[in-house]
Design a binder for this molecule. Structure first.
Ligand code: ADP
Length: 509
């Protein structure tokens, strides 16, 4: 049973041995926006919706607790909850990963020259996304919180920690290592909370959960909840769970989730690879005494560009129309669309960039623009993958490990999932510009599946990762078929159009 606690909804999916869905339930919960740029959730709602959907799923499938081998939890990452150890009462709402309230404090840390220090220790950038500065904010701004935390009365947790604590009725205050690696407090080399960082951020260590592997016996969901105890045996952050669900078990395996934005993760094996291209170094999972690492990058606007065509430009009625409309023309007639609506992320990192449509000629029509929007999703993903490749090639850690050429990681394909991966044109174009096959998963729920796999491997429901890999169902594989000259020409145009958007808000003040 996977509990998939996402940013907008809580879901529960029960899987069978073949990895097929048996039953599921889903419930949305409130998004709270107290101020511009602030985003909160009610932790009690996170808890109640998640438990309710689990009970509902059992009911729908006519299952009892006895039918469930184990529970795996996956969750929106970085979202921060602080609560009273004795009463279980949160001291304030959960501060959601998207919330920008600590952006200024992050600027201050950077001004103090600490960016490199944090990057070295945590693999992350100093950014308001990550939990560390959010905890500090709570301690500094919620009445009495710092005093109570110092007295050992308060606990911190990311969402999986909060859920497991509640499911076990307070018996387990634990975090899985992949979630720990998103807090900005976790040393990715020592695999411990970093005492110096805790000092800098003024966070008492007594608040922090115990760090555990992603696959391990965390405790038992209380019998009150499901009629009998169920072991909780797996947990991982959503993107890491999806990497696992896509069975990206080998170094060099990559998945890309095409949603509103894209999230790309590459398994780099037991080596944490430092990025020179603005990617994050993160723990993929901990399993059987081994820790696997990943490089992670995201595209800010991917499916969002398609939404923009639909809602603002009204060029399409539904997102899926973009596929046949893009296919009505054989190319974009030299048009590029750069959806830098909120600036550009890795590897360009330009918060001042803004979107553009360039290369227009008198013959350009709406089909060219729609096609250019879809192509932009593929180009941006290509830029991420190139950044990952380049980090891998230049990494000292990697060079030290790779003794012969044949040990070197190669990227042999890209595993795709997410809403926009339904678009065949996009998938084919992605494969063409990458020059490797794109494998689209048949199971859309790779995140929940990953959590279930982690739990089922630990509880012995599945034998090993090989058995799981046999379950892998591909919907379709897209093979590259573009001529190299065409590819070169298109990529040169893309690079040029990125250049045109750079620093846009800077130059115009
Ligand atoms: P999220 O989890 O970020 O909400 P989803 O995985 O549900 O995203 O995917 C939704 C996004 O994918 C939307 O931005 C939508 O515009 C885009 N999308 C959905 N279907 C298609 C399609 N057939 N072609 C292109 N884009 C699509």
């Amino acid at each position: 049973m996977a509990l998939d606690q996402g940013t907008t909804s809580s879901r529960c999916i029960v899987f069978d041995r073949k990895g097929a869905q048996v039953c599921s339930a889903q419930r949305e919960f409130r998004q709270i926006y107290p101020r511009d740029g602030w985003v909160e959730h009610d932790p009690m709602e996170i808890r109640s919706t998640q438990i309710n959907v689990a009970q509902e799923a059992l009911l729908k499938g006519a299952l009892s607790f006895r039918d469930i081998a184990a529970i795996g939890v996956t969750n929106q990452r970085e979202t921060t909850i602080v609560w009273d150890k004795a009463t279980g009462e949160p001291v304030c709402n959960a501060i959601v990963w998207q919330c920008r309230r600590t952006a200024e404090y992050c600027d201050e840390l950077r001004k103090r020259g600490l960016e490199e220090f944090f990057k070295e220790r945590t693999g992350l950038l100093v950014d308001a996304y990550f939990s560390g500065t959010k905890i500090r904010w709570i301690l500094d701004n919620v009445n009495g919180a710092r005093r109570r935390a110092e007295a050992g009365e308060l606990l911190f947790g990311t969402v999986e920690t909060w859920l497991i604590w509640n499911l076990t009725k307070g018996a387990a205050h634990v975090t899985d290592i992949s979630n720990a690696s998103r807090t900005l407090l976790f040393n990715i080399r020592d695999l411990k909370w970093d005492a110096e960082i805790l000092d800098i951020l003024e966070i008492p260590a007594s608040m922090l959960p115990e760090i555990r592997p992603s696959g391990c016996m965390y405790g038992y969901a209380d019998a009150d909840l499901f009629g009998g105890e169920i072991p909780i045996a797996g947990a991982a952050g959503d993107q890491q769970a999806s990497l696992f669900g896509q069975t990206c078990f080998a170094p060099g395996d990559v998945k890309n989730t095409y949603g509103t934005g894209c999230f790309m993760l590459m398994n780099t094996g037991e080596t944490p690879i430092r990025s020179e291209n603005g990617l994050l170094t993160t723990v993929a999972w901990g399993l059987e005494d081994k820790v696997s690492y990943a490089l992670e990058g995201s595209v800010f606007a991917a499916g969002a560009a398609v939404q923009w065509l639909r809602d603002e430009m009204r060029l399409i009625e539904e997102a899926s129309d973009s596929e046949w409309m893009a296919s009505k023309v054989s190319d974009t007639c030299g048009v590029y669309l750069v959806p830098a609506f909120v600036g550009l992320g890795a590897p360009h990192w330009d918060p001042y960039a803004r979107g553009a449509i360039v290369g227009l000629t008198r013959g350009a029509n709406k089909y060219h623009i729609i096609r250019a929007a879809l192509e932009s999703i593929a180009y941006q993903s290509l830029d991420l993958l190139e950044a990952m490749k380049s980090d891998m090639e230049t990494s000292e850690e990697m060079r030290a490990r790779v003794v012969s050429r044949s040990d070197a990681m190669t990227i042999s394909s890209l595993n795709a999932d997410g809403g926009a991966s339904a678009n065949n044109f996009l998938m084919q174009f992605q494969s063409d510009v990458l020059g490797v096959p794109v494998r689209r998963s048949a199971n859309a729920e790779t995140t929940a599946l990953g959590a279930a796999y982690l739990a089922g491997l630990t509880s012995g429901f599945w034998e090993d990762t090989e058995e799981i890999a046999h379950n892998r169902n591909l919907d379709r594989v897209f093979l590259p078929s573009m001529r190299p000259e065409t590819r070169e020409m298109l990529l040169a145009g893309w690079t040029k159009s990125i250049g045109a958007t750079r620093g846009w808000t800077k130059t115009t003040g």
